[in-house]
Design a protein around this ligand. Structure first.
Ligand code: GAR
Length: 207
């Protein structure tokens, strides 16, 4: 196979989902794609270290340095276009992207959300907050969702979901870990491969 989809992963924190993608790539589970860029909006993100260890180019782009949301998105778009990125994966990226950004990559941006959308999602629902909300509500089953990203936070078409049990005595931290292990780290690399294969087919059919 000659062509591979060029993947950029956008991160903000620990980067365990990035790690799952890198490990899947090493294991040959993403044959139609290649992670060529990691961008963090947080200079302290451990995800940057993971990218470095894997020999993947890593950039930090912050709203603060750019002087606002519009300039931040312009800088992101420039970095992505310069490297001819085909697929953007939001893996714990804690910044909402505007329509101006998402319209440039229809069905070419993926996000992993740590709940079963449409539960516990939307603006303000991210990271541990999602698990805290699930525990406060008292649900007995939660999970993770991988979906396409459009201008509505967590509103794009769903690609994959997996349910995970909530156990008695769970804290937001224990639940987060179980959802990652049993759902996110499995679903995200799979969905990435699925979309990369689509992209490669499309490229091969180009005149
Ligand atoms: C993950 O649980 C991810 O689903 C969630 O943040 C965590 C990041 O962990 N993302 C969101 O809540 C986005 N709405 P990681 O940095 O270790 O991958």
């Amino acid at each position: 196979m000659l062509t591979k989809a060029r993947i950029a992963v956008l991160v903000s924190g620990g980067g365990t989902n990035l790690q799952a993608l890198l490990d899947a790539q090493t294991a040959g589970a993403i044959p139609h794609g290649e992670i060529v860029l990691v961008i963090s909006n947080n200079p302290e993100a451990f995800a940057l270290e993971r990218a470095k260890r894997a020999g993947v180019e890593a950039l930090t782009v912050t709203k603060k340095d750019c002087g606002g949301t519009e300039a931040f998105e312009t800088a992101l778009l420039a970095a992505l276009e310069e490297r001819k990125i085909d697929l953007i994966i939001l893996a714990g990226f804690m910044s909402i992207l505007s329509a101006r950004f998402t319209d440039r990559y229809p069905r070419r941006i993926l996000n992993v959300h740590p709940a079963l959308i449409p539960s516990f999602c939307g603006k303000g629902m991210y990271g541990l907050r999602v698990h805290r909300a699930a525990l406060d509500y008292g649900v007995k089953v939660t999970g993770a969702t991988v979906h396409f990203v459009n201008e509505i936070p967590d509103g794009g078409r769903i690609i994959a979901q997996k349910a995970v049990e909530v156990l008695p005595g769970d804290t937001p931290e224990t639940l987060q870990r179980r959802v990652m292990e049993q759902a996110e780290w499995i679903l995200l690399p799979r969905a990435a491969e699925q979309v990369c294969e689509e992209i490669v087919k499309e490229k091969e059919n180009e005149p």
